[in-house]
Design a protein around this ligand. Structure first.
Ligand code: KIV
Length: 267
């Protein structure tokens, strides 16, 4: 059979953790940016439902539909040759195994290699069902934007011992259920390091300090074009460089070298 997987694979990302090589990740929402990221050596590209906020101008990710995600995943897939491509399952598209498989299948057919879902133990059955269908899954713990109304805001999670232990337990449950990768958003750096050490699978941090296996940022945040205040955990990589490809290359170099994030970008 011809080898059609010419780029990185999900097992390659696991090998990067084993070899202590940082995984560089960014979000993308269209083909042109996806190609710039791919050419610059970004290992993992996420079509994030953050597109609801940075592309659609909504206050949360909740209005994003599966149709929106399929459209943007198809666009981004056209710009990718090397990176692993993940797509977010949007709010209320994975309430149970059957719905989750239907939703994920549409994203995989649009060109995603894996899907990302938010939540811990309560998602274990859905993760298991997806993996049984050979659909790779990325978990997402810590700050969960799809739960913003339940939590009451975009707040750092796991700051006390009890909630930190709950996130660690969720991470272990997700790994046992079959996730291949885990995003940790806005958790204390010490907790992210502890989770990364406890798991075999790679962790990808955002506002989670330098101890994760890799780092992801929302593309528009790291280019300094998101309206409003820059999140503390981000940096404007466009500042002082001549163009967007140079900014992305600097980000790749800084994450690979362990220069970003540092304690200034951590909780
Ligand atoms: O939607 C998104 O962009 C994300 C990242 C913040 C990880 O989930």
């Amino acid at each position: 059979m011809p080898d059609t997987l010419k780029g990185l694979t999900i097992p390659d990302l696991a090998a990067m953790k084993a070899n202590d090589e940082k995984i560089v990740a960014l979000t993308a929402y269209d083909a042109s940016f996806a190609k710039i990221l791919d050419d610059a050596g970004v290992d993992f590209v996420l079509v994030g439902d953050s597109l609801g906020m940075v592309v659609q101008g909504r206050p949360t990710t909740l209005p994003v539909t599966l149709d929106h995600m399929v459209y943007h995943t198809r666009c981004v897939a056209r710009g990718i040759r090397r990176a692993v491509l993940a797509a977010d399952m949007p709010f209320a598209s994975y309430s149970g195994p059957a719905q989750a498989i239907d939703s994920a299948a549409r994203l995989i057919r649009a060109g995603a290699h894996m899907v990302k879902i938010e939540g811990g133990q309560k998602r274990a059955e859905v993760v298991h069902a997806l993996v049984e269908q050979s659909i790779p899954v990325c978990g997402h713990l810590g700050l969960l934007p799809q739960s913003v109304h339940q939590v009451g805001g975009y707040l750092v999670q796991g700051k006390d011992e009890k909630t930190a232990q709950a996130i660690l337990q969720d991470a272990i449950i997700l790994q046992e259920a079959g996730v291949s990768l885990l995003v940790l958003e806005c958790v204390p750096a010490t907790l992210a390091s502890e989770i990364t050490a406890a798991l075999d699978i790679p962790t990808i941090g955002i506002g989670a300090g330098p101890g994760c296996s890799g780092q992801v940022l929302v593309l528009y945040d790291m280019l300094g074009i998101t309206p409003g205040k820059r999140p503390r955990f981000s940096r404007n990589f466009l500042q002082g460089v001549e163009d967007i490809p140079s900014a992305i290359r600097h980000y790749v170099e800084d994450v690979k070298a362990g220069r970003f994030p540092n304690s200034d970008h951590s909780f």
